[in-house]
Design a protein around this ligand. Structure first.
Ligand code: F0G
Length: 367
């Protein structure tokens, strides 16, 4: 499909990778397609799900860096306590590096190769760095990951194990992000991370949910939020399938954060602008004090009549154990969405009666 990059703040357009943020106002960019140029192959609907299927919806010519990401299971679990609810879990932990991040990395690394880069850098709380390091290694390019020096040691070890360079940052994710962006502007490395190309790869999770439910839209989709890239990607993917009349309505999206790091929940519920929150949570994956795609995330929630809920760390840990008892292995950040569902269900059982609920289980790399 033909596209331009459009600023999410002031709508200024750029032809292609001119920058990772708008040169005029500093906001993040988005890929804005000319949908009249979309060509779907005959038999598209019947094709097996997985990121390669969705190439016509992606801003790349091929998906040369793909390592088989996507195509994860959507399993219905009968849990006696929630017996009136059709409860599905989308296990993104089945991706090559055990998180949904691989969907975005396949697109970003492909784009880096198409543009002739031999090096990428990114800021991460861990999973994204690990995913990019793995994809970069397979593509034969170097990777540097900026990460909080007191971040999850197992994740840091695995990033190094994939051959990437670690830049240990004193400070939280947002400090790592500042350092990575400053470094990128004075180096010849391709800046990856929670920006426009990644968002495109991650929207494929929405297509898969729609297809796995035979185009019957669920009533709710619960997901954890850090930078809100996945949230805004999910919304974009759903809207694209609506536009193609593959689905006929949108689900309510429920964004979940830890009580110890809840900038999006605060802003959405108080109808305020997003402010920075100093992260303090066991869910290290989603310890993001100021979400990069926060404004777009809030739009996704308000346009789907969705909710933003916070859960205490104890609830996240309990949910992680509960998932384990169902045979679903996840880290704390990956269990947050289920914790959000459990909390909301306690407060409003009737709302969920007879409803179809999809819970994203996003990662499994803590230990
Ligand atoms: N779940 C997991 C397991 C994650 O690693 C992340 C984000 C999220 C959910 C939230 O997604 O940021 O798009 O809202 N991890 C990033 C990282 C920040 O660097 O790995 P988001």
């Amino acid at each position: 499909m033909e596209y331009v990059l459009r600023c999410t703040g002031c709508s200024l357009t750029a032809r292609d990778y001119a920058s990772f943020r708008c040169k005029r106002c500093g906001s993040v960019l988005e890929v804005s397609y000319d949908y009249s140029t979309l060509v779907l192959p005959a038999g598209f609907r019947g094709e097996r799900i997985g990121s390669r299927k969705y190439l016509p919806f992606l801003p790349v010519r091929s998906l040369s860096a793909s390592l088989g990401e996507g195509g994860t299971a959507l399993a219905c679990k009968r849990i006696p306590k929630y017996k009136g609810v059709n409860l599905f879990f989308k296990t993104e932990t089945e991706n090559p590096t055990r998180s949904f991040k691989d969907r975005g990395s396949a697109v970003e690394i492909t784009r880096a190769l198409e543009l002739g880069f031999d090096r990428i850098i990114c800021a991460s709380t861990g999973n994204m760095g690990m995913s990019l390091a793995h994809y970069a290694k397979h593509a034969g390019i170097r990777a540097t990951v900026f990460i909080n020096r007191s971040g999850n040691p197992e994740k840091i070890r695995r990033i190094r194990g994939f051959g990437a360079e670690i830049k240990a940052v004193k400070g939280d994710f947002n400090e790592s992000l500042r350092e990575a962006e400053a470094y990128a502007s004075s180096s010849s490395a391709f800046l990856c991370g929670d920006y426009h190309y990644r968002k495109e790869g991650q929207k494929t999770v929405a297509y898969e949910i729609a297809e796995q439910l035979r185009y019957e839209v669920p009533d709710f989709i619960f997901l954890p939020v850090g930078n809100a890239t996945l949230l805004s990607a999910l919304y974009k993917g759903l809207k694209e399938y609506m536009m193609l009349s593959l689905i006929d309505r949108l689900p309510r999206i429920v964004a979940v954060q830890s009580s110890g790091c809840d900038p999006l929940v605060k802003a959405y519920n108080r109808k305020e602008k997003i402010g920075y929150v100093k992260p303090s949570t066991v869910a290290d994956a989603i310890a993001v004090g100021y979400p990069t795609f926060g404004t777009e995330g809030i739009t996704a929630l308000s346009e789907t009549k969705g909710y933003a809920v916070r859960v205490p760390d104890e609830g996240i840990i309990k949910s992680m154990r509960h998932l384990e008892s169902l045979g679903i292995y996840t880290e704390a950040g990956g269990a947050a969405a289920f914790a959000g569902f459990r909390n909301m269900y306690e407060g409003s059982k009737r709302v969920f009666n007879g409803k179809t609920v999809v819970v994203l289980v996003t990662g499994n790399n803590e230990r």
